[in-house]
Design a protein around this ligand. Structure first.
Ligand code: EPU
Length: 337
């Protein structure tokens, strides 16, 4: 393994923030990973996956370990189902496309989500009515304490909306090395309930969609609203949609009758942060080389050359303003480093 010094992380984070790693190594196998983790030469280690859910605000004074484990395997297959294992360093969307090519259904709604397979369970990625947990069987991870390999089944992961045990109790204690999913190999269960998908399919004149059609629709919706990190630096939704009490929602609804909402439980309501941020006047706002995306206010963007601190300051201003107007705290979804 080749350990490099003073490497720019610009091409390793989808925000395109130019900070430096003091030391950098790419781990291409489990052995590489275990070896580098046990090395005492670099006591401070920083684990990097697809870099799609982080805002880097400073240089990293540590050994940055890029998780570059590759491979996709069919573990078992029956007439209706297939168990597929993908390694952490596989690009998520490439994996979705591989599944679609093999006619394996279940993650077509999660097309075009940036990032790698290994990060998917951490925040239980979700879009257009489907979450990773719906197809998740288990994942394997290296325990950073003793470098043993641990397996987590679905219940162990404590999945919730953009949440898991890996973001909570076990934060910074593990590296996910592979993810195993149960997909359908026939009789696919389509999830077309999300309004935008239904509209898109109608536009295509497709009444009986295949999983490939759904993926195509999702890709079109995402491309129409969300900037491609290859063109404009971003980390997808910068904030989580806040969940508030029904009582608070009723008060807000009286004041802002058009406020969109989703019922979470009999006492709780989820409100789209994108709407709150738009109402607060930030949608499309540009401050030099960074700002808020013009088509989706949840997405902060780096047009090139912005620093993590610039974007963090904008995020704090948005949080403060939204709180002032709506009395709602919006939490960041991306990890601030
Ligand atoms: N809205 C606005 N203004 C905006 C953005 C949204 O008024 O600038 C309103 C929309 O009109 C709509 C509602 O907010 O009524 C919801 O918007 P949208 O369907 O775009 O979804 P979202 O709640 O803003 C979530 C996820 C996205 C995911 C979409 C689709 C979170 C934090 N974000 O966004 O995930 O793609 O639903 O399922 O839950 C990501 O995590 O990076 C991401 C892009």
């Amino acid at each position: 393994m080749h350990i490099q010094q003073n490497i720019s992380l610009k091409s390793y984070n989808t925000f395109g923030i130019d900070v430096k790693a003091k030391h950098f190594v790419s781990a291409k196998s489990l052995q590489d990973l275990q070896e580098v983790l046990s090395s005492s030469a670099y006591p401070n280690k920083f684990i990097l996956g697809g870099g799609s859910n982080m805002l880097l605000t400073k240089d990293i004074d540590a050994l940055v370990i890029l998780i570059d484990l590759k491979g996709i395997e069919v573990v078992s297959q029956s007439r209706e189902h297939v168990i597929v294992k993908a390694y952490a360093g596989e690009n998520w969307h490439e994996f979705v496309l591989w599944c679609l090519k093999n006619n394996f259904g279940g993650i077509e709604n999660l097309s075009l989500i940036p990032g790698n397979v290994g990060s998917a369970p951490i925040q239980n990625i979700g879009a257009y009515g489907v979450e990773l947990k719906d197809v998740f069987v288990s994942c394997e991870a290296i325990d950073l304490k003793n470098r043993s390999i641990r397996t987590f089944n679905k219940a162990d992961c404590e999945f919730d909306y953009r949440e898991s045990i890996f973001k909570q109790k076990l934060k910074d204690t593990l590296i996910i090395t592979s993810v195993t999913l149960k997909l359908t190999s026939s009789n696919h269960k389509l999830s077309t309930g999300y309004g935008a998908i239904a509209n898109q399919l109608q536009e295509y004149n497709i009444a009986q969609p295949t999983i490939q059609d759904i993926s195509k629709a999702v890709i079109a919706i995402r491309q129409s609203k969300l900037p491609d990190p290859k063109d404009i630096g971003n980390s997808g939704s910068f904030f989580k949609n806040p969940v508030i009490s029904k009582t608070q929602f009723e008060v807000l609804k009286a004041q802002f009758p058009t406020i969109p909402s989703y019922e979470v439980s009999s006492t709780e309501i989820k409100v789209p942060a994108g709407w709150l941020i738009e109402q607060a006047g930030f949608k499309g706002k540009t401050l030099g080389n960074y700002g808020v995306h013009k088509d989706q206010a949840l997405v902060l963007v780096n047009y090139g050359g912005a620093t993590g601190q610039d974007i963090l300051q904008l995020a704090r201003l948005i949080q403060k303003t939204v709180f002032k107007i709506f009395n709602i705290s919006i939490e960041t979804e991306v990890n601030i480093i």
